[in-house]
Design a protein. Structure first.
Length: 431
């Protein structure tokens, strides 16, 4: 079977790497892909939001399964369009992907299904938002309703900062239509974790737990990024938190979405805030996390294709996932200046030395092939250096040993990925 992976980040390289290992897969395409996916399969120069272009490619090339990485094409209705043409495609429909595409919709849905989340208000009118902010007091969080490439969330330590965010989003239109409506919510303290599950519209099969590192600098300092590293399993997801995440979040959401006539098929990713043994949902994503997908896929045993197909066919109750008992750690290497503006086209050295280390996979994100086999930077997050180890400490050491072999001018990474897990016992929560 020919498989198409939509996207060009570390998540998509990890998916291509895993799918290419399947005995039923003859060829893997990535659109648009990166230098890493090109080393395994074939890159196709179609952008992720060009739904009609992707559809035409899938039809004319006999693609048997399309797997969608990023949220934008899902929110645009790629899955609906492919289904209209009877193509097999993994991911939620536009109606289900609204859980990520509209924060107001996600909050209202959580409230409706009794899922624990921060108190909030939703506003189309800046004056009403300002009044709510003054009443709530700081700290608080202002979120653009629509997709804003991960930049639409402002954590306001002072009321003035929240008011400025309202002006920015609602009046000045910093995020266009995506920010004309905002969600204002209470600030939650605690530790974050990523809870991802496969869903077939009825059944929820959780993946191994993971934790992302959103801030650009060590010790969670500096602005938020798409994610500077991740590891799995995450000990903060205790057996009790895991049970709560299933019983109070995932199952009510999937049951509720089915009752609402929009059954959820694909990966549902709950961003959790955990404090004193209790959890609240910060957000839903309608896809695999990036970088979380990289350590998760490295720990996933067996063939991914039957799992994705079981989701499409409503047979997920027959699936049991198996996980490598070892830990995996992914350290993201980023371009100078990221998450702000950054240079492109710089040559990356040491890729082979890094990826030839045992139990290491160097997943590419913002890379492209240059002349003469050179690999050049082409994005903010450039590589996800991922390693397995007997425990998280060993995985950290291996990942950073590989990181030390790679360089390009201005490359930077966090030096503390996975550190929160050290010294904490891991309870058995996989699967
Ligand atoms: P979101 O896209 O809604 O997950 O927000 C992005 C990031 O902002 C989250 O991963 C958190 O680090 C932070 N965040 C969002 N909502 C809250 C909240 N209510 N309290 C504290 N931090 C938050
Ligand atoms: N790593 C966070 C995300 O994928 O949204």
């Amino acid at each position: 079977m020919k498989v198409l992976v939509v996207g060009g980040g570390g998540r998509e390289h990890a998916l291509v790497w895993k799918l290419a290992q399947s005995p039923v897969v003859s060829e893997v395409y990535a659109a648009p892909g990166n230098a890493g996916t090109a080393s395994i399969g074939t890159n196709v120069a179609i952008e992720v939001d060009d739904v009609e272009g992707l559809l035409a490619f899938a039809v004319s090339n006999g693609i048997g399964l399309t797997v969608v990485g990023p949220e934008a094409p899902l929110v645009l209705g790629l899955v609906d369009r492919f289904q209209e043409r009877s193509l097999r495609v993994f991911g939620p429909t536009a109606a289900s992907a609204r859980l990520e595409g509209s924060k107001a919709f996600a909050k209202a849905t959580m409230r409706r299904f009794g899922v624990p989340t921060a108190d909030y208000g939703e506003f189309d009118d800046p004056e009403a938002a300002r009044a709510f902010i003054r009443r709530l007091g700081a700290p608080l969080v202002v979120k653009a309703d629509g997709l804003a490439a991960g930049k639409g969330v402002v954590i306001a330590r002072r009321v003035e900062d929240a008011l400025a965010a309202v002006d920015d989003m609602m009046v000045a239109g910093a995020f266009g239509e995506a920010g004309r409506r905002v969600v204002v919510e209470e600030f939650l303290e605690g530790e974050e974790a990523s809870f991802l599950a496969f869903c077939d519209g009825k059944t929820v099969v959780p993946m191994a737990s993971s934790q992302d590192h959103k801030a650009v600098f060590d010790a969670d300092q500096g602005p938020n990024t798409g994610g500077m590293g991740a590891y799995s399993p995450a000990p903060v997801v205790t057996a009790e938190i895991h049970r709560e995440a299933m019983e109070r979040v995932m199952i009510p959401m999937v049951d509720g979405m089915a009752r609402a006539g929009t059954p959820y098929v694909g990966v549902l990713y709950a961003g959790l805030m955990i404090r004193d043994g209790a959890l609240k949902v910060l957000e839903f994503n309608c896809r695999f996390g990036d970088p979380e997908c990289q350590p998760i896929v490295m720990r996933m045993k067996g063939d991914l294709v039957p799992v994705l197909e079981a989701c499409l066919d409503g047979r997920l109750d027959e699936v049991r996932l198996e996980w490598d008992p070892r830990a995996a750690v992914c350290v993201v290497l980023a371009s100078e200046g990221y998450p702000g503006a950054y240079p492109k086209g710089l040559e990356i050295q040491g890729l082979e030395a890094a990826s030839s280390l045992p139990e290491v996979a160097v997943f590419h994100a913002g890379t492209r092939r240059g002349e003469g086999g050179r690999v050049l930077t082409s994005g903010g997050r450039v590589l996800g250096v991922t390693a397995l180890g007997a425990g998280v400490a060993e995985a950290i050491d291996r990942a950073y040993e590989a990181v030390a072999k790679i360089r390009w001018p201005g490359m930077h990474c966090r030096s503390d990925i996975g550190r929160k897990a050290l010294g904490r016992a891991v309870e058995a929560t996989d699967g």
